[in-house]
Design a protein around this ligand. Structure first.
Ligand SMILES: [Zn+2]
Length: 329
């Protein structure tokens, strides 16, 4: 499977020469997990299921699970958008091994080259497949704060990936952004323009969304969770504010960061907003009553318990983060 990267590099000479020099500034975090993990996995790439959701758009849907050897860390959704001249990948999965499988699946559906890998945010299930697409002709697009977030977390992510995914994680490295988005930019794939927007702190402090005007499809990353409990790793109040901005996006469908391949827009926001507002309301009540985080975990938003996958696993940390955020407001 090691020929994946070699082909990506050597096959690049005739593609988008203008991008080559900029892409060379890509930094690679080479605290490679592979050395400690023994031999690289062998065997042919397995087929990855890609669901078509609109013209030229394919989505991989991650399972509602922890990262493991079975899922190669790819527990979030990701999308492929095919333009007239090139392809954009929106997130890349949770390991080099998964990224290579994704690359093989992508090459089954188009001969066009990947010109952009857009990372919606720092979480490892969304970007640790980047290295499978590393090439002088590929731009890695991220929020202006993504680089700093990766610098702070990369060592931890690689350590956790090696522990949770095991030998299949070998060779995984962190590839950071070569093109940073401060406000918004447009990416032209050849007759198809994607608008990439950087948001204020919400799910994380480095969330990006992508809007495809042609099909009115919004790629929300983890700013939109469906079915799986939302995780607050940025700001509860910030996320509710960003959701107000997102609601104005003239989309007909959303590809959420977790959940089905696509869902109706803006209806897909409803459950997430109900949960986050319940957390806000109840944590404020606990604080007003002079209570504690421990007590809050026991009752805050408890009516949501049966409505989400992963509630038991992830709700306590949301309450803890929200309590800390709201304590001094
Ligand atoms: Zn996330």
């Amino acid at each position: 499977m090691s020929q994946g990267i070699a082909r990506a590099v050597t096959g690049s000479t005739d593609l988008r020469p203008a991008l080559r020099s900029r892409a060379l500034t890509a930094w690679l975090w080479l605290a490679a997990a592979g050395a400690a993990l023994g031999p690289s996995p062998t065997g042919a790439a397995e087929a990855i299921q890609l669901t078509p959701v609109a013209q030229g758009i394919y989505v991989y849907t991650g399972p509602h699970a922890d990262a493991s050897g079975g899922n190669l860390g790819a527990v979030g959704n990701l999308a492929i958008v095919i333009g007239g001249e090139s392809v954009a990948l929106i997130d890349s999965g949770g390991s080099l091994a998964f990224g290579r499988q994704l690359r093989a699946a992508l090459e089954e559906i188009t001969d066009l080259p990947v010109s952009h890998v857009i990372n919606t945010h720092v979480h490892p299930d969304h970007l640790l497949g980047n290295a499978a697409f590393a090439s002088p002709t590929v731009e890695f697009v991220g929020h202006r704060r993504l680089g700093a977030a990766l610098a702070a977390r990369a060592a931890f992510y690689l350590e956790a990936g090696a522990r949770n995914i095991g030998p299949e994680f070998a060779g995984t490295t962190v590839v950071g952004p070569t093109l940073e988005v401060a406000d918004s930019i447009h990416i032209n794939l050849g007759g198809r323009v994607l608008k990439v927007t950087a948001h204020a702190t919400a799910h994380t402090d480095n969330d990006l969304t992508v809007f495809d005007r042609r099909t009115r499809t919004l790629f929300a990353g983890d700013l939109v969770f469906v079915e799986r409990l939302p995780i607050v790793d940025g700001s509860l109040k910030g996320w509710l504010a960003v959701m107000d901005d997102l609601r104005a996006v003239p989309a007909v469908r959303v590809v959420p960061g977790h959940g089905p391949a696509s869902a109706r827009w803006p209806g897909a926001l409803q459950a997430q907003e109900r949960y986050l507002r319940a957390v806000l309301r109840d944590v404020r009540a606990e604080i007003a009553a002079g209570g504690t985080i421990e007590n809050a975990i026991g009752w805050v938003a408890s009516e949501e318990r049966t409505k989400w996958a992963r509630f038991a696993e992830d709700h306590p940390r949301n309450v803890t983060a929200s309590f800390t955020e709201l304590e001094w407001e």
